[in-house]
Structure formats: C-alpha cells, structure tokens
Design a protein around this ligand. Structure first.
Ligand code: HEM
Length: 151
C-alpha cells in the first residue's frame, strides 16, 4: 500500500519498522496507548472486563483498517464492522477525540523525530477513519452489516 503521506509513512516505519505488518515489539506501543486512553475513568470503566492483551492484538490489526480508509477513500467491510461494534457499545462521539489524542501522544513518545508536521501527518492519516466511525454512531441502517466474521 503506497501512502500519499510520506511523513506518516516514515514515522510509522520508525515506530513499527518497514512494511505494514507489525511484530510483537509493537505490543509495547499499544499497551502504552491503552494506559493513556484508560486514564479517563469514564473510558476505563468500559474496559473493566476486557482482556487487554487480546484488545492490543485487535487494535494492531484495526490501525491498518483506519489507514486503509484514508488510502482507498471508501470503507472496507472491516471498518463497517468496527463502526457497528462501537455503535452497539454505545460509545460517545467525543471519546473518539480522546482515542485519537492518546494515539498521537503515544506516537510522539515512540518516534524520536516526531514534530508538528509529523503530528499533522498522523492526523491526516487517521482522521477520515475516525470521522467515519463517529458518523456511523448516529446512523440507522447503513452500518448494519454482519459483525460475525472479524475478517
Ligand atoms: C477509531 C478508533 C477505534 C478503533 C480503531 C477501535 C478498535 C476496536 C477493536 C478492534 C475492538 C475489538 C472489537 C472487535 O474487533 O470485534 C474494539 C472494542 C472496543 N472498543 Fe474500540 N476502537 C476505537 C475507538 C474506541 C473508543 C473511542 C472507545 C470508547 C471508549 C472504544 C471502546 C471499545 C470497547 C469498550 C470495546 C469492547 C472491548 C471488549 O470486548 O471488552 N473504542 N475497539
């Protein structure tokens, strides 16, 4: 997948290595992300029963789903499925801002060359997918796809 956003691609490579797949070393990044995200008690309560190792594995996969939307310009079945899962969970739209901020703060911590332009590059790559998931929270019907198969 070629990204029209070299600063994001370079930062992503500094953090996760080259290529879209990530090895176990990326788990550390996502654990730090969850520590940050769950600092908000209203959010932490939603994850009280969650197996965070499993959640880390799923999030590793779904970061690719968000970036795919930015690259392809249309939602994949997996993005629709994720949107539906979060709609059913009754997630507040504002929580997506907290999610994105926690991810960007974590990228800043793990990328030693992170600067303002890199920050904007991350926003540019992630914002479409996050906006899509937010928008689908309020939609009736259009995200009603099967979430039985986690692709
Ligand atoms: C665009 C941002 C987000 C992404 C990519 C994402 C990704 C995921 C993924 C992959 C799962 C596992 C569900 C599955 O695959 O079937 C999940 C579950 C979940 N997400 Fe998100 N999420 C996002 C935003 C949020 C936000 C803002 C909240 C608000 C608190 C949230 C709360 C949850 C909860 C409570 C679960 C269920 C955990 C469990 O199964 O115990 N997510 N999310």
């Amino acid at each position: 997948m070629t990204l029209p956003n070299p600063r994001f691609e370079e930062s992503y490579a500094r953090i996760f290595g080259h290529g879209i797949s990530m090895d176990e070393s990326a788990d550390d990044f996502f654990r730090t992300f969850y520590d940050r995200f769950l600092e908000d008690p209203d959010i932490a309560v939603l994850f009280a029963e969650t197996d965070l190792s499993r959640q880390v594995a799923m999030l590793k996969k779904s970061l690719f789903t968000l970036v795919s939307y930015y690259v392809l310009g249309e939602p994949t079945a997996e993005l629709d499925r994720l949107a539906m899962v979060h709609k059913r969970l009754g997630i507040a739209p504002e929580a997506f801002d907290v999610w994105m901020q926690a991810l960007i703060d974590t990228a800043q911590e793990y990328d030693d060359q992170f600067d303002e332009a890199t920050c904007l590059a991350w926003c540019w790559a992630l914002a479409p997918g996050i906006a899509y998931m937010r928008l689908m929270l309020g939609k009736r019907g259009s995200a009603e796809v099967s979430d039985a198969d986690p692709a």
